[in-house]
Design a binder for this molecule. Sequence first.
Ligand code: ADP
Length: 310
Amino acid sequence: MRLILLGPPGAGKGTQAQRLVHKHGIVQLSTGEMLRAAVAAGTPVGLKAKDIMASGALVPDEVVVGIIADRIEEPDAKKGFILDGFPRTVPQAEALDELLKKKHLKLDAVVELRVNESALLERVETRVAQMRERGEEVRIDDTPEVLSKRLASYRAQTEPLVHYYSEKRKLITIDGMMTIEQVTVAINRVLSALEAADSAAKAAKKTARKTAKPAAKTAAKTPAKGAKKAVKAKKTVKKAKKAAKKAVKAPARKAKKAAKPAGKAAKGGKKTAVKAKSRTSASKAAKTRKVAKKATKKRAKAVKRLTKRR
Ligand code: ADP
């Protein structure tokens, strides 16, 4: 499963991400955590990000996109991941789309945790107090002044992603004002429905493919059969034509013979042969008639001559 958690600072992204990690066995990729680690380690990225983070502004897109591109390549991200704090701008979201497309990976959902801004300061103050209690180092950007700057960055640069992912039909909005438990239940319910819909779609695709295969096979065979038949038919027609030609030229008996091997399709040839036959007898009759006429004429002349003599 590949998810994005979207929401302002203090919305509860980190808490819910942890729960999703346990439930789905996927990794949480938090750019904030990675940048803080880079700052602590004093890497070139850390040196670049340190002051920007302390001010509550956003680190340049190319820096975080580079970090994420490398991180999702790692083996533990193969099964899936939850992006927490990334993308934070539209160009980052576009870069992520490109990255996933190149890797033929699909983003399952973007979970937006919607909260009242008035509740955020209180939440962050509680978080700071709890961290101090546990003896943990408090983030330098978790002060009321920096928090208002972080909120301003969120509104201006990150909130447009709500529209971006809603257009892509990836957005799931959860009321982040509920208790932690209730938020978890709401996220799980939506994700389960999504998974069920996905497997139903996959099953439908499989069935469609199974049904389409034999149909395609038949379709592929039919034209081949048709082509064979067409060739055969063409040959028969050729034979028939030849036979017909022969029939016109040759005497009737021969024509009949020639028409025979052409089979059924040679019917035309046969017919021609019959016609040829009748044509032959007709011409014979005509000849006979001509001879008879000549004879009649001769006889008439002879009778004339005889009567004249008389
Ligand atoms: P928050 O709890 O306010 O959401 P994070 O721990 O996610 O804060 O990030 C802390 C700081 O790290 C941000 O204020 C910002 O300076 C920097 N940062 C984290 N993720 C990004 C990002 N995707 N793009 C730019 N800057 C980031």
